[in-house]
Design a protein around this ligand. Sequence first.
Ligand code: PMP
Length: 434
Amino acid sequence: MSRHVTASRTAVFDRLESEVRVYCREFPAVFARAQGAQLFDEEGRRFLDLLGGAGVMNYGHNPPGVVAAVSAYLADGGIVHALDLHTVAKRRFLEAFERCILAPRQLYYKIQFTGPTGANAIEAALKIARRTTGRTSAIAFTNGYHGVSLGALAATGSSAKRRAAGIGFAGIDRMPFDGYFGAGTDTAAYLAQMLADPGSGIDPPAAILLEVVQGEGGINTASDQWLRSIADIARAHGALLIIDDIQAGCGRTGTFFSFERSGIRPDIVCLSKAIGGMGLPMSLVLMAPEHDCWRPGEHNGTFRGHNLAFVAATAAIDLYWSDDRLERQIAARSIQLDDRLRAMPNHGGPDGFVLRGRGMIRGLAWRDQGIAAQVSAAAYALGLIVETCGPKGEVLKLLPPLTITAAEIDEAADLLGEAIAAVIPVHIDTLQTA
Ligand code: PMP
């Protein structure tokens, strides 16, 4: 394919689409089809997809059972848009979510359908916390990412994203996330001290908002003990604990909710991205019933709960969460992925990568900030799509579909190893001792 032809395929994007676009700059193919962990561009070139729609494609692209349910619903004249009217599709979703997700975990939340973005769920959650506590400020953490609308952006750490707002922020106090100062500093104890001290300058918070695994911020992972301490601190200070499970939820860490194994019971949980089953937009706020402070229409939106997304989400929940088969498969595949990553010659050592994350949300963090981007580019050239994250783009982020096959994990690990070796040539002596 000549340069000229490739350029003409993307010319309209360059000419008409805003400069705000980002992923397509790193991965400039024009994609046409997708199945499972595979993407195909319009010329039929195959890629393995570890970008995973930034946490949307947990069940892979076009999971056949979900596609079949959506196609049948459309063919049958099912209602597609209904504001927040009662529909059969919404009833089925609520029933499936209660049956397969909430009841088995003994979580008794009320469900709010917000506008379809993750950011809108965060906006709603923060409003709820402020309304129910009568307080204005909330705690958010270093390197947290919660979206780019103003309320959510106030809670987001990234200076580049914050700068783009062109306005100052109010209502958030920033605290260090677990491990921010290294393993030796207990940042939960630091937070406890700041909140207990009337001289600290930190107002009693309406909420403590956090991601259990920080997806955009560098795959920083909160320990179970840290989460339990934060939950205790929230309770002791009358603040609502809000878990942003928008990227790390829906099975990504190995359990449906990322916080399950810590045993904490958040007051509010935000879900989005993968809840829509096959990439259809939907966002939820789950809240303890006593926090359902809304009067009708107070957090409105035209697309609050889209019926096609209900149909897809219901099919995905029925297919993947009515028993523990997917959870067992995630466990097996994450061990396989972990083994392959640990066995790479570039793992560990002063110039090597540190492995972060858990389950199917993994990060490879290099001290040298430029490496992750170079590895991402080298991987793309080999047919593997994998993005970077972290405050300086220093972490390579792996989000394979939870349904990825063992053979695809091996293929992805082989390609990743090849890409890393292309960027950091492996010394012969390292190979011989590996
Ligand atoms: N919270 C987290 C943890 C996220 O990863 C994201 C998106 N990357 C958001 C919130 C915002 O979601 P959206 O982009 O749909 O507004």
